[in-house]
Design a protein around this ligand. Structure first.
Ligand SMILES: NC(=O)c1ccc[n+]([C@@H]2O[C@H](COP(=O)([O-])OP(=O)(O)OC[C@H]3O[C@@H](n4cnc5c(N)ncnc54)[C@H](O)[C@@H]3O)[C@@H](O)[C@H]2O)c1
Length: 355
């Protein structure tokens, strides 16, 4: 029988965090405290499906506020911290890097330091069960050429302000394990897609623009390759890693679904055509518009996820075709969610061009 844990999830109102929280409430006996500042990227509507559950709690707080973090730890007494809160969008990091240094570096340092103080005072058995799971990205490894994939020992070579700030946060998590013995686990995951994804990212932006017959912007010639993972598979991997992973270890997570950006956009066009045919018979592919490339755009990411598969028995349930179909269908079925996001905060403008 699974032991009931108390799980504090930072960034639990974001895209991946909310998938983790929905899974925790629906598929485990655990209690959950979502600790989230609700920036532009945080959305309580993504937690609405589980918010009435008595095992769910929410605190609108900042990870950079040490006092608030310590108070939440003392009151909730978590067994596990899943640390997802971050500034996460590369284009925004080009326009305004300071917020990325503050949230991702100072915020992660603050979480680690408060967790350390809390962990040191726990009774022995609770201290042994405690985990600080730091959630990170494959972008810390930089860019690949045509061949190869990132493994856990790949050199850190971040190229964007976003990936540099995440790389720094990974190093802090590592140091708090090696220096102070805090039981940390770090995971580095490839690009996620799926329901509740903020519509400034490639896949939801393309789905919504295709639905509305708007131009579909593709950076450069669409040659950049990403290794896509369905968000529910990532959530399952995170819960597997925090439950069964070895402390002090890092695990790469990926979907073995490498696609060129142009192929992703074309696949979405075809799915939207199939599910919502255009009245005048026009094909959505005609809406594809090539735009000036993002500065410092990494060419290719690919993840070697064999360690988590071998050691912890995790592998993704969805392939890219099945996950993309579910995602497009979700956006068709959940118009109120994305309309609210778009009309409230964001209108699908392009970011990060430095012009
Ligand atoms: N999206 C991806 O494809 C991907 C892939 C690999 C790893 N990651 C990592 O996973 C994590 C979650 O990514 P996401 O795509 O869900 O991000 P997101 O931008 O959708 O969500 C971030 C959440 O963090 C919250 N937040 C931001 N600053 C905060 C602060 N100072 N205090 C408290 N809460 C704060 C926001 O309100 C939001 O709810 C990030 O650490 C990211 O680096 C993302």
């Amino acid at each position: 029988m699974t032991i009931s844990r108390s799980v504090l999830v930072t960034g639990g109102a974001g895209f991946i965090g909310s998938a983790v929280v929905r899974r925790l409430i629906r598929a485990t006996p655990h209690r959950v405290l979502v600790y989230d500042k609700l920036t532009y990227a945080g959305n309580l509507a993504s937690l609405a499906p589980v918010a009435s559950d008595p095992r769910y709690l929410f605190a609108r707080r900042d990870i950079c506020d040490a006092r608030a973090v310590s108070e939440a730890l003392a009151a909730f007494r978590p067994d596990w911290i899943l640390h997802l809160a971050a500034e996460s969008h590369v284009d925004r990091s080009i326009d305004g890097p300071a917020a990325f240094v503050h949230t991702n570096v100072v915020g992660t340092y603050t979480m680690l330091q408060c967790a350390l103080e809390y962990w040191r005072k726990l009774p022995k058995a609770e201290a042994q069960a405690f985990r600080f799971h730091h959630i990170s990205t494959d972008e810390v490894f930089g860019s690949l050429g045509a061949e190869g994939s990132f493994c856990e020992n790949s050199a850190y070579q971040p190229n964007s302000p976003y990936s540099a700030s995440k790389a720094a946060s990974d190093h802090f998590a590592r140091a708090w394990f090696h220096t102070y013995g805090l039981p940390t686990i770090t995971t580095n995951c490839s690009n996620n897609y799926g329901p509740y994804h903020f519509p400034e990212k490639l896949i939801p932006l393309t789905i919504l623009n295709a639905l509305e017959m708007k131009p579909l912007p593709v950076y450069g010639r669409g040659e950049n390759v990403r290794d896509w993972l369905y968000v529910e598979d990532h959530a399952e991997a995170l819960l597997t890693a925090v439950e069964r992973g070895r402390v002090g270890e890092t695990y790469n997570i990926g979907g073995s679904s490498e696609r060129k950006n142009l192929a992703v956009v074309e696949a979405i066009c075809d799915l939207v055509d199939q599910l919502r045919p255009c009245k005048n018979g026009k094909a959505r592919r005609e809406l594809i518009t090539f735009v000036a490339d993002r500065p410092g755009h990494d060419l290719r990411y690919a993840i070697d996820a064999s360690k988590i598969r071998r050691e912890l028995g995790w592998s993704p349930r969805e392939n890219f075709a099945s996950g993309l179909m579910k995602t497009v269908q979700w956006y068709l079925d959940n118009e109120p969610w994305w309309r609210d996001v778009r009309e409230g905060h964001y209108r699908g403008e392009r970011l990060g061009t430095l012009s």
